[in-house]
Write a protein that binds this ligand. Structure first.
Ligand code: IMP
Ligand code: MG
Length: 179
């Protein structure tokens, strides 16, 4: 896939469906983290919209931190995760919830769990917007997930294809076509 090609995007979930699901997940998170020392770690760039909606639906005290990682150059994983910008919060003794746009192979989340574990938190859980369950290559615990998906390439609602489509308010699936 390259930037000169044309794409169409098939809409899979509209804003209203997404918001309904996020409200459900946020209610569960609020319940589970009552009386805990919650630190949300949002994984940039992909989770910026999901995380913003999730935290605004939370009914529990939390701090929010960001980590920026990169693992993809195109639609295929490089299988290598790099930290571009790291944690600002002190994670020692905290209850960490990693918020990620999508789990595909699980390489990114496995890496992040390892990184965060080294900061000596009290607990680590994961929350993903999309779970490509059939694509997992690593065994990573997924504690909260909005939608289980097949092995397609998704865009919108924060997810990109080569940096584009993140701003779409809905979730879509890329359909490629050449002129
Ligand atoms: P993993 O390390 O293979 O689990 O990949 C995780 C990262 O790959 C995600 O955080 C996304 O940034 C990116 N990714 C994987 N699948 C898709 C997709 O369908 N659309 C957009 N980004 C994706
Ligand atoms: Mg990502």
């Amino acid at each position: 896939m390259n930037s000169k090609q044309n794409y169409t995007v098939e809409i899979l979930f509209h804003e209203r469906q997404i918001q309904k699901k996020i409200f459900e997940i946020a209610s569960q998170v609020s319940k589970d983290y009552k009386d805990k020392d919650l630190v949300i770690v949002a994984v940039l760039n992909g989770s910026f919209i999901f995380c913003a909606d999730l935290v605004r639906n939370l009914d529990v005290r939390c701090a929010i931190d960001f980590i920026q990682v990169s693992s993809y150059v195109d639609i295929q994983s490089q299988g290598k995760v790099q930290i571009i910008s790291g944690f600002k919060e002190d994670l020692i003794g905290k209850d960490i919830l990693i918020v990620e746009d999508i789990i595909d192979t699980g390489i990114t989340l496995e890496f992040l769990i390892r990184e965060i574990s080294s900061k000596k938190p009290k607990s680590i859980k994961t929350c993903v917007f999309l779970d490509k369950k059939c694509a997992h290559k690593k065994e990573v615990p997924i504690n909260y997930s909005c939608f289980e998906m097949g092995n397609d390439f998704f865009v919108g609602y924060g997810l990109d294809c080569n940096g584009f489509f993140r701003q779409l308010p809905y979730l879509g699936r890329i359909k490629e076509f050449d002129k």
